[in-house]
Design a protein. Structure first.
Length: 280
């Protein structure tokens, strides 16, 4: 049986000096990290325009010495920001990450896609269409940049965002037919409040874009006082074992990044998930 590799957000350990960060992550029993530079690295100025091949390689080398891959750069921008100047700044920041991703050792840069209600106040009737058009133009530009540098643009769908459903994820893949675009599949983010439909949403996702998944996120779904919240993976209402079984069938040895888990929970969570896979 091929083994799914588990990782987590680098800033699960906190925002720390680089060598302290890698030392802390080394204790987690993980294979890789999703690195959001500004959230994780405390002692290096990583503001826009500061990256270079040397700096990116240096950071990648520190993770490599700790035995941890940088599986993905997280650069979560708002690609449909209603202020064109802010949107341009966000796009340029993402493109900088794409240019240097390979020096970090990362094959992809990932983002979500902005709230689908972004333009509701501007146009209460056509706001979804306006948001979609803005997203498409941005994705076309980012996909072209990703192709130049031989890395993936990872798109993550969320139930309240522009890519709010499996069908909309399929639509953007069809409308921007670039092989540089991959899907960061977070089933719990797509499920949202519709927990009773989780198996249908997961199965539809695999049917519509299973071949384009390049990374998975995993968390748990919990009910708290009648409200849905997310927490550590492996427990709660989400059908974790079934999801991992389907994921492995479609994408053996894929990286799975654990979310909504604390630094104190991470080792036990990784062990729980690995034992869960063995039991299957």
């Amino acid at each position: 049986m091929f083994i799914i590799r588990y990782g987590t957000l680098a800033h699960t350990a906190g925002c720390l000096p680089l060598k302290e960060l890698t030392a802390a992550l080394q204790t987690y029993n993980i294979d890789f990290v999703q690195l959001a530079l500004s959230k994780a690295v405390q002692d290096i100025d990583l503001s826009p325009g500061k990256l270079s091949p040397g700096l990116a390689s240096y950071i990648g080398e520190q993770f490599d010495r700790a035995g941890i891959r940088i599986g993905v750069l997280g650069c979560y921008i708002n690609p449909i920001h209603p202020d064109p100047a802010v949107r341009r700044s966000e796009i340029d920041r993402f493109k900088e990450h794409l240019r240097y991703a390979r020096q970090f050792g990362a094959p992809m840069v990932a983002t979500e896609t902005g709230a689908f209600t972004t333009f509701q106040e501007i146009d209460p009737y056509r706001y979804e269409e306006i948001g979609w058009d803005a997203l498409k133009v941005t994705i076309e530009e980012l996909a072209e940049e990703a192709e130049k540098w031989g890395v993936f643009l990872g798109l993550e769908g969320v139930s309240t965002h522009t890519l709010s459903s499996p069908a909309k994820m399929r639509r953007i893949l069809d409308e921007v037919p670039s092989s540089s675009i991959g899907v960061v599949f977070d089933p719990c983010n797509l499920i949202g409040e519709e927990v009773h439909l989780q198996d249908e949403i997961v199965d539809q996702s695999f049917s519509l874009f299973g071949d384009r998944i390049i990374l998975a996120h995993l968390k748990g779904i919990y009910e708290d006082g009648g409200r849905i919240r997310h927490g550590a993976p492996g427990a709660g209402l989400f059908h974790t074992a079934e999801f991992l079984n389907k994921l492995e069938a479609h994408k053996p040895m894929i990286d799975v990044s654990l979310e909504d888990v604390t630094s104190l929970e991470i080792r036990d969570t990784v062990n729980l998930l690995r034992n869960l896979r063995k039991s299957l």
